[in-house]
Design a protein around this ligand. Structure first.
Ligand code: SF4
Length: 301
């Protein structure tokens, strides 16, 4: 069976777990990156953020090469709300299929994920196995989500000298196109990278709870992850610098940007911090130049 999940969803730990579990019940050929790009204009173009538009385009482009397109309706993960775009994703993909390629309408499979506990994760998997493979499985046969290896959830207070912490949504940090090649550029210049994925989410959430800048708690899952990581990298284990990659037109990032800049201004010690905004620019020189200038500051400290 050939199942497609857009590559932009795969950096979410829940999706990686779901894929691994589904593979235990059926022989699956996974497709995440389409082999061709459609030139058709999607209904979702316009004002949406680049990652969301990219998710929709990838979903549509995967259709010719798969039997089933799996687009979960991610409402809540790890007991925190996802951005509303994820709630709408299956609907927007369906709308585009009906408009552009109605012959593939039967391929889309969605399932609602509104999960606060591992038992709820398991229930999603049980429903999905039934929906996709017409099989019944029991919760006791399900392997729990992987924990971060102890070596990465380190007790050290510093990183190796040339380490940069990258903050941002996981799909930005792990996709070279969405992150404007920043991770590739840092690696080519000999820098190591650490991201919030190296720290257990429950630790990040606990740090975020202690240190919200706003009077109101910022409740989106990615806010908890980014804010918790900022506190971790400025108070617990310090890298040479912190870069926050944000997506143009992202409401969550618009709030977090102000919060992190304000928190950074209050720090007793200096740790170079830069915000980089990404959009659909085909040219990446502007971000490359800013990154070089930022690294010059770090090298001069
Ligand atoms: S959290 Fe921001 S970047 Fe991610 S899908 Fe929502 S609006 Fe887009």
């Amino acid at each position: 069976m050939r199942i497609g999940i857009p590559q932009e969803l795969m950096p979410l730990p829940f999706m990686a777990w779901l894929k691994e579990q589904l593979s235990r019940h059926k022989e699956i050929e996974w497709h995440h990156k389409p082999t061709h790009k459609s030139k058709k204009i999607m209904l979702s173009e316009g004002d949406a953020c680049h990652p969301f538009k990219s998710m929709v385009r990838t979903s549509i482009d995967l259709l010719p090469e798969i039997d089933t397109l799996l687009i979960p309706r991610l409402v809540k993960l790890d007991s925190h709300l996802m951005c509303p775009n994820f709630r709408a994703l299956p609907d927007i993909v369906r709308l585009n299929i009906n408009n552009i390629c109605p012959e593939f309408a039967g391929k889309l499979n969605d399932i609602t994920v509104d999960s606060s506990t591992s038992d709820e994760d398991n229930r999603v998997l049980i429903r999905l196995v039934k929906q996709l493979f017409a099989q019944n499985i029991s919760a006791k046969n399900i392997v729990k989500k992987k924990q971060i290896p102890a070596s990465l959830a380190s007790k050290e207070t510093t990183f190796p000298q040339k380490t940069i912490a990258l903050l941002g949504h996981p799909y930005l940090l792990e996709n070279n196109h969405l992150n404007m090649g920043i991770t590739r550029q840092l690696s080519s210049l000999g820098y190591q990278i650490t991201t919030p994925k190296d720290i257990p989410f429950k630790n990040l959430d606990a740090l975020a709870r202690k240190g919200d800048y706003y009077a109101k708690t910022n409740y989106w899952r990615s806010s908890r992850e980014i804010l918790g990581a900022f506190h971790y990298y400025t108070n617990i284990r310090k890298p040479a610098g912190i870069i926050y990659l944000i997506a143009f037109n992202c409401g969550v990032d618009a709030l977090m940007r102000i919060e992190l800049v304000s928190l950074h201004a209050k720090l007793p010690q200096t740790i170079p911090f830069m915000v980089l905004v990404g959009d659909e620019h085909t040219e990446q020189e502007h971000t490359a130049t800013r990154l070089e200038a930022y690294l010059d500051i770090i090298d001069g400290i």
